[in-house]
Structures are given as C-alpha cells and as structure tokens.
Write a new protein. Structure first.
Length: 347
C-alpha cells in the first residue's frame, strides 16, 4: 500500500500530464492548502521565537519541495571541499530511521550505522573523519555534538524550513522546473510558496542550461547551477562502466524522483529493461534483487547500496557520480567569509 501511494503522489506532484481523475483529486486537496499554510505560519512563528545561535558557523542546505533535490550529494560536495581545506565540519541530520544520536569522527559503528538512515550511512562511509548529529531537535543535537567534539562549522541538511537554529548561510536547491508552476502542499510538492526564496542567501538550480541570465533571477541573491557527471559504475571492486552498456539492466531505487536517475542513465547510453521504484528511504526487499539475470543485472545508487547485506553489496552494480557546480567560486567565497581560506584550486 505504501509503495502504491508513493507512486500515486509522485505522479500527482511531478508529472506533466495528469488524468481527469488525478486532476479532480488535486483540486480537492487544494481546498486544504489554506489550512496547511496557516499551520506553516504558526509553526514558523513558534520556531523563530525559540531560535538559538551557536558559537560557530551553521550552513543550511535545503529546498522548497518534498522529495529529493540532491541535498545529500551537495552536502557531500561541501564536505569534500572543507575537509580538503583542512576544516573539521560536522553534519546535522533530521534522520529518516529509528535511531538518533551523536556519531563522532573516527567512530566505527559499521554494525548499527544503517539505523541512523541511509543518507547518514552513505556520508559516514565516505567521510569517517566527520562528525554527525542525528535527531529531529537539531538545535539540541548540535549542542550535544559540540560538547563531545571539536568542529569548525556545522552543515545542516534539509534546514530551510527549520527555523529553530539560526544559520549563517542558507543554500536552497531547486530543480530546473520552476517552483512558480507548482502547488503548495497538499495539492503539490511545495513546502512553502516560492516567495520564501527571498530568505535564502544562495540558490543552485539543477541542470540549468548554460549561464543563468539576470532576467531569470527573480530575487537579488546569487544564483548558480549544479549537475551530475558519471564517474563509474562498479560491481564490488570491478569497474563495469563500459561492459554494462551491452546489458539490459534492472533499475532499483529509493530516490524521491527516480525518473531523474533513469534519465541520467539512459543519457549515458544504458538500457533499462525494468524499473523498481520504491518509497523514498524505504527498505529494499531481497526479492527485487533476484531478477532472471541475478543481482549482477541490478543497478542502483550508493543510497541503496548501503542498505544491502554485505554479501550482496559486491554483486549489484552501483552508480558513482560527481556533483559539478558552475560558478563554484561564488559558493566557496561565501563559505570562506565564514570560516577562512578555502583551497579553490583543489575543487
């Protein structure tokens, strides 16, 4: 049932073509939008009244919509640059699983890492020297994290709507489809109206073609763009990037907008024979990894890979991509103004 609801709302919120039945259903949901907006205003007022400032810089990476806009990949990009420049960042996550708490740098908790959520597991796997604070009350988690470890700054994931912790830099990620054409919850995917972007310090738009002209900038804040480039597809330690172009693949993903991942692969010349789109952050049933060709024909991202049993992780094909940012110096100069020198040449 959860999977069917996920498919239904994904189509309702992001499809360009809707049936008459779905259009009517969205019209009914639209009647509840004023109640949602009232609740949003009350919640934001409450959070602002409780807002606290920390003694070190806080950088938020968030979005306007439900579902993925690549926040984890953007956090990963920032961690790469910050650690390469000698800084000690920590990450604040709301958490998508059953466990919350503090994960200190160098702490080896491989056994229970997945309990903190797939995104925490993915980031910790790539950055063992980075600290993590996981929990819904991120202001409280941040203070606990700072009591137990020494850090230079905090990266708050999915923090644009979290007003209880003051931030020094608000980065908002958008897809190339304009939020001006979307509906606010529950009729559409917008958590807030697009006018909320005036609170942001920097906007990055995914896959924006070419340079962003001034006439496209609705607000007077910097606008940059980002995109993903394929690094490799690996099966365990083996690079199968080229070999898989002759194989019909089974795509298994828990991404919020899986069609973006499929488009990414097909643009690189891969053939997708079957698609298994599971709910965002959902579990992966073992039976979906047993197609006729075996797990060796399954392709997924690191986000799904970290959820699999160790004995299966080396058998499925994992896509590794790298985030690239146009006008990246605009971003890093803003961060440098908070923390100090950044090694641009290495980015």
């Amino acid at each position: 049932m959860k999977e069917r609801l996920h498919r239904f709302f994904r189509k309702l919120y992001f499809s360009d073509e809707l049936s008459v039945r779905m259009t009517v259903f969205r019209s009914i949901l639209w009647l509840f939008t004023p109640l949602y907006r009232l609740g949003l205003l009350i919640d934001q007022w409450r959070q602002r009244a409780l807002s606290r400032q920390l003694d070190l810089p806080v950088i938020s990476v968030g979005n306007l919509t439900i579902g993925g806009t690549g926040k984890t990949a953007f956090i990963k990009y920032l961690l790469e640059g910050l650690t390469a420049s000698g800084y000690r960042p920590a990450v604040l996550k709301r958490g998508e699983a059953t466990r919350s708490g503090i994960i200190l740098p160098g702490c080896d908790i491989t056994e229970g890492l997945s309990e903190y959520g797939d995104e925490v597991a993915l980031l910790k796997r790539n950055f063992p020297e980075v600290g993590f604070g996981v929990g819904k009350k991120r202001e409280q988690v941040a203070r606990e994290l700072l009591q137990k470890g020494e850090f230079d700054l905090l990266l708050m994931d999915d923090g644009f709507q979290y007003r209880q912790l003051k931030r020094d830099l608000d980065i908002v990620l958008l897809e190339s489809d304009s939020p001006d054409r979307m509906f606010i919850l529950p009729a559409g995917p917008l958590r807030e109206p697009s006018s909320s972007l005036k609170r942001a310090d920097l906007i990055s738009i995914r896959d924006y073609p070419g340079e962003i002209p001034d006439k496209q900038k609705k607000f007077t804040i910097p606008v940059i763009s980002h995109q993903y480039k394929l690094q490799a597809i690996r099966q365990g330690d083996c690079d199968v990037t080229d070999r898989l172009k002759t194989v019909k693949l089974r795509l298994v993903t828990t991404l919020a907008r899986p069609e973006k991942f499929e488009q990414f692969l097909t643009a690189e010349g891969y053939q997708i024979a079957e698609r298994i789109f599971l709910p965002d952050h959902g579990e992966i049933p073992e039976e979906v990894l047993q197609p006729a060709g075996g797990p060796e024909t399954v392709v997924m991202t690191e986000k799904e890979l970290v959820k699999l049993p160790v004995e299966l992780q080396g058998r499925v094909n994992c896509v590794y991509s790298k985030l690239q940012i146009k006008s990246a110096k605009v971003l890093w100069k803003m961060i440098a103004s908070l923390v100090g020198e950044i090694n641009y040449a290495d980015l």
